[in-house]
Design a protein around this ligand. Structure first.
Ligand code: SF4
Ligand code: SF4
Length: 265
């Protein structure tokens, strides 16, 4: 008999470092049909009944140093943390008699393949949306209440049937367009009223790996949504807008933040 509950799983994932944990029954992919069937969890592993999504944040003052080695180091640490957490969580479930597999955070082959065909086998963003962790923003990231888009995601597929978390009904993205304005590649375009922008993923992949702003991410740095901005007293949108003319000035946020924290004593 399986003696493991949803709370145990969430608690274990959090003990490994996950900040947000959510549960999505696979039926949500079939009911909503937002994605082609090839990208449904059952097309990757037919036994799966529930997708468990975990999120770890990109800490705002470090994001504000983009582009920097500090940011690159944080990016690598989060990736390692997510892959270890989902692997250990899958083992924990297996040891409890529930067959499970981790799905690593970047579900594409490798950089050359991604540039040729910029899609991943599985979308953690949609999985996390179905698991009630956030809503999908204009910039195609998962916007969460706690971190806005400043976090990364990975998932565990399990045969265990677990009650899904409620999906968030209100839109967390405020459609301000700042992400679009701040993208050095002009990747986003679209018309107001359409839910999400058109995204030139090939241009983004090129910028991420080749461009002068390696692992760029200005689109997440500037998004105004997220309680992390209150926690860290992050730079305001006005400051980003002023700095927009000269992208080399965009590391101002971290100094502004540290300065205001020092002033507060
Ligand atoms: S990562 Fe950079 S290039 Fe890609 S969409 Fe965001 S701002 Fe634009
Ligand atoms: S910057 Fe504005 S439009 Fe872009 S994702 Fe954030 S809230 Fe939405």
């Amino acid at each position: 008999m399986i003696m493991i509950g949803k709370e145990d799983i969430a608690e274990y994932a959090k003990s490994l470092g996950a900040s947000l944990v959510g549960f999505a029954p696979v039926s949500r992919w079939g009911e909503r049909l937002d994605l082609p069937r090839d990208f449904h969890p059952g097309s990757i592993w037919p036994s799966v009944m529930t997708v468990i999504c975990v999120s770890m944040p990109s800490l705002l003052p470090i994001v504000e140093t983009k582009v920097s080695n500090l940011y690159r180091a944080q990016y690598d640490i989060i990736n390692r943390g997510l892959d270890e957490t989902t692997y250990l969580l899958a083992l924990y479930l297996n040891n409890s008699g529930c067959a499970s597999i981790p799905i690593c955070r970047d579900g594409y082959g490798e950089q050359k393949m991604l540039r040729k065909n910029p899609i991943a086998a599985f979308s953690h963003v949609w999985a996390a949306y179905y698991a009630g962790l956030g809503t999908i923003g204009w910039n195609h990231t998962l916007i969460t209440r706690k971190f806005g888009p400043r976090h990364r995601l990975a998932s565990v597929f399990t045969v265990l049937e677990i009650e899904g978390d409620p999906m968030i009904k209100e839109e967390l993205c405020i459609r301000c367009g700042i992400c679009e304005k701040s993208c050095p590649e002009g990747v986003y375009s679209g018309t107001p009223g359409v839910k999400n922008s058109y995204m030139n993923k090939t241009a983004c992949a090129g910028q991420t790996f080749d461009g002068p702003y390696n692992h760029c991410g200005f689109c997440i740095k500037t998004c105004p949504v997220g309680d992390d901005r209150k926690l860290y007293l992050g730079a305001s949108n006005e400051e980003y807008s002023k700095a927009h003319a000269d992208i080399s000035q965009w590391n101002m946020g971290v100094f502004a933040t540290l300065g205001s924290m020092e002033a507060k004593g």
